[in-house]
Each structure stands twice: as structure tokens, then as C-alpha cells.
Design a protein around this ligand. Structure first.
Ligand code: PLP
Length: 426
């Protein structure tokens, strides 16, 4: 097949007729599949069922330091959990606070806190005439939803294959003191799957923001989520790098075990500098007497230590790697040479990013819906849901079975071809 733009109008019309016939057949299959969100599949959830066995009514729920997990206490988490999450996040346990069941919740609470109480004694953001956030795009819709909720103005910054465009980030944060933060998913990013390069991380750590209360919201949600044993992305640890650069307070780092054990029933954590930690704890102590220590202990006893968690993540990879590979193979088989889309090849995380011809993403997602497959809405990866090129589509391969995914991806490439042919003919 030659590129669509090189076809004559007659050839492309013929192609479109053939594709439409194919599409009708797919519609007749009456599929019902939801690929809208990147969630683990049932086989992945089953991997953590052993967590239900490590504690029962005969278990001793006493921590190594004598804390009784059945009672109040340990506001910043039990020591064993801080050590486990410290290894997972590559941070010293003393720089870690263990939270509840969701890192997104902690991110929301963090913005809420600085909104009303500022950052280390700064003016609360709610009292400022304008607050802006940089949003690398495409990015995670739920991050953008939080900043939108607080009325924070979001400024898109383009992603490159090595992370956000740092020339733009450096320029904007150094010139504008109303820019107070940036959302980052530095490893196996949502949705592109790329990881920030060493240079990008080093430049982040050396930012010179005009606003002293500027913070990097470093959401390392996929730190452990490699697809392969032999080729994995490596990320420079940001807290240490900020310290080295003389900017120790610049970053709030978030993570959770959501996509390691059970999403919504895992444990979340923050790692940050001692100064920032004071801010976090000063609010936390009013929010709760302590988080769920039994769940923290359950996680620690289930994994034993970080090696247990690494082994566990290998099992996740064995389940989802064939799905990622199949998505890429199907895209390549059906679209290579047509010049109507590009896609990423992540080594980890939960997503593949597809970039259609400009102006086609909404149409592709709508065609998928009419064929019975729900995708993440086009535009969701941009602030305010507005992708100016209408080209980004997030593919979430983990949840469907391999067979369902195969059918869904064959359908996807069909929809891409239909939307692209129509666009070129228009
Ligand atoms: N951060 C990113 C980048 C995510 O992709 C997700 C879930 O998809 C989350 C956070 C949610 O994490 P949690 O379950 O800890 O709230």
C-alpha cells in the first residue's frame, strides 16, 4: 500500500468504500468493550490475592517497633512501610510519609493545602489574583481535572521524546511568578509511555523559578512498571538531584501501590524535603489520627521487601507485555506505509500514545464507539479536554483479554484508515 496522500482521488474513494464495508461487518459483531481507562486486568489483580492470606484473626499485628496496628498512631506511617516504599521510590524512609489508598487524593490535598495555607509560609494561593500551572501535553486527565477544579490556569507545554520541552519550561518558570507548579509523570509517562532523560531531570532540579513557592508535582506512578527485564528505562532520582543542585525544596514526589496490588486499596506515599515535610505534617495532623496501618502491614508482610515487589512486578509484566506487543504489531501490520499515524513503543507503564492525522482523533474515537469499543475520549489528554490538533489518542491495552484486544486493535486501525481517508478526501 502506498501513503494515502499519494493515492489518486479514485483510488482513495475505492479504499474508503472497501473500508466502510469492512466496518459494517465489524459493527455486526456487536462488540462491547471498554478500553477507556488504564486499569489492571483480572489476572493481574489475582496476583495480589495472597495479600488476603498474610493477615487473619490469629495474626500478630504488632510492628517491629512495638506499634499495635490495630490502634491509633504513627501519623506518617509504620516504619516497615516507610522502608518498603522508600526502596520503591528510591528515597530515604525518613523523607517519606505513608498516606491512605490513593496518591491522586494526596495530590488533590496538596493543592488544597497550598491553596489555603501557602507553601512554607508563602501567601495562600487562593489570595493571589492568578495562579498558573504548566501542563506537559499530552498528559494525565485527572491531574488536569484537579488544577481545573481549583481554577488554576493551565498552560500546555509540549512533550518531546525526552520529557517536557525544557527550553519552554525554564523560560516560563523563570519569567512568570504566577506559575506555581508543573505536573510531571516522569517514568513511563501517562499517556505517551516515555521516560524523562537524565538531562531533563537535571534541568528540572536546576530550575530557577520566579515564584519561591513554585513546586514540581512529580507523580512517579509507574516507577516499578517495567515491561521487560532486559531493557528498562532508568530515571535519575529527583529529590537527590534537587539537593545536589542546591534546590532541596523544589519537588513533591508522589507514588502508590495502586497498580502493584489493588487499585483503590493500595498505599500511597509522598517523598519530599524536611522543610516541605513540615508543611505536609502540619496539615495531616488535622486531617487524620493516622491512616490504615493494617493495610500498610499487609503490604509489608506480603512483599517481605523490595525484592518481593520486584518479583511481583515481573509477574505483572508477563501478563501485560504480550498485550503491548500485540497492539504495536497490529498498528504496524495495518498502518505501516500509509503515513496516517504514529505511535509510541513504551518499555513500561500502562499506555501507548497514538497520533493520528490532525483533525481525526475525535472521529476515530467516535467510530470506535459506534463499533462497540469505548476509548479514552479524544482531547482528554489535554487541559480543558481540548487537543488543538485533535490528534492524540490514548490506547490502554491492559484490561481486555488478548483476544478482545486483537479484535479491538483491528477495529481501531480500520477506524484510523476510514477517518484518515475521509479527511484527505474532504
Ligand atoms: N498518577 C498517574 C499518572 C496515573 O496514571 C494514575 C492512575 O491511572 C494515578 C496517579 C492514580 O493513582 P492512585 O490510584 O494512587 O490515586
Amino acid at each position: 500500500m502506498k501513503p494515502y496522500v499519494e493515492m489518486t482521488v479514485e483510488e482513495l474513494n475505492q479504499e474508503l468504500d472497501d473500508l466502510k464495508k469492512e466496518y459494517k461487518k465489524v459493527q455486526a459483531m456487536d462488540m462491547q468493550l471498554n478500553m477507556g481507562r488504564g486499569i489492571p486486568c483480572i489476572d493481574q489483580l489475582d496476583l495480589s490475592m495472597g495479600m488476603m492470606d498474610v493477615l487473619d484473626s490469629s495474626s500478630d499485628l504488632t510492628c517491629e517497633d512495638g506499634t499495635d496496628c490495630r490502634n491509633y498512631g504513627q501519623l506518617t506511617g509504620i516504619q516497615e512501610a516507610r522502608e518498603l516504599l522508600g526502596d520503591m521510590m528510591e528515597n530515604n524512609p525518613k523523607d517519606i510519609i505513608i498516606y491512605g489508598n490513593s496518591s491522586l487524593n494526596v495530590m488533590f490535598d496538596t493543592i488544597s493545602r497550598v491553596w489555603t495555607h501557602g507553601v512554607m509560609g508563602s501567601t495562600p494561593w487562593c489570595k493571589l489574583p492568578e495562579v498558573k500551572f504548566l501542563c506537559p501535553v499530552p498528559g494525565y486527565d485527572r491531574h488536569f481535572a484537579i488544577t481545573q477544579y481549583f481554577g488554576i490556569k493551565m498552560i500546555p507545554v509540549p512533550m518531546t521524546p525526552t520529557g517536557p520541552d525544557m527550553d519552554i519550561v525554564e523560560k516560563l518558570v523563570s519569567e512568570d511568578d504566577t506559575i506555581k507548579g508543573i505536573w510531571c509523570v516522569p517514568k513511563y509517562s501517562n499517556p505517551s509511555g516515555i521516560s524523562y532523560s537524565d538531562e531533563t531531570v537535571r534541568r528540572f532540579a536546576r530550575l530557577k523559578p520566579a515564584a519561591p513557592d513554585f513546586r514540581i508535582f512529580w507523580d512517579n506512578a509507574y516507577g516499578m512498571h517495567h515491561l521487560y527485564d532486559d531493557h528498562q528505562d532508568y530515571l535519575i532520582e529527583i529529590l537527590a538531584e534537587c539537593k545536589r543542585a542546591g534546590n532541596p525544596d523544589l519537588v513533591y514526589k508522589f507514588a502508590s501501590t495502586s497498580k502493584i496490588t489493588f487499585p483503590g486499596s493500595g498505599i500511597a506515599a509522598v517523598a519530599t524535603s524536611p522543610n516541605n515535610m513540615v508543611d505536609f505534617v502540619n496539615t495531616l495532623k488535622f486531617q487524620t489520627i493516622g491512616h490504615d496501618k493494617v493495610n500498610q502491614l499487609r503490604h509489608v508482610r506480603f512483599f517481605g521487601d523490595i525484592h518481593g515487589m520486584v518479583e511481583h512486578m515481573r509477574k505483572h509484566a508477563a501478563i501485560i507485555r504480550p498485550k503491548f506487543e500485540m497492539v504495536e504489531e497490529t498498528l504496524a501490520k495495518n498502518l505501516n506505509g500509509l503515513d496516517i499515524g504514529t505511535w509510541t513503543s513504551p518499555r513500561g507503564g500502562y499506555f501507548i500514545l497514538f497520533d493520528s492525522l490532525p483533525g481525526c482523533a475525535k472521529e476515530i474515537v467516535a467510530l470506535m464507539k459506534k463499533a462497540g469499543v469505548i476509548m479514552t475520549p479524544a482531547g482528554a489528554t489535554w487541559p480543558y479536554g481540548k487537543d488543538p490538533n485533535d490528534s492524540n489518542i490514548r490506547i490502554a491495552p491492559t484490561y481486555p483479554t488478548l483476544t478482545e484486544l486483537k479484535t479491538a486493535m483491528e477495529t481501531f486501525t480500520l477506524c484510523v484508515r476510514i477517518a484518515s481517508a475521509k479527511k484527505i478526501l474532504a
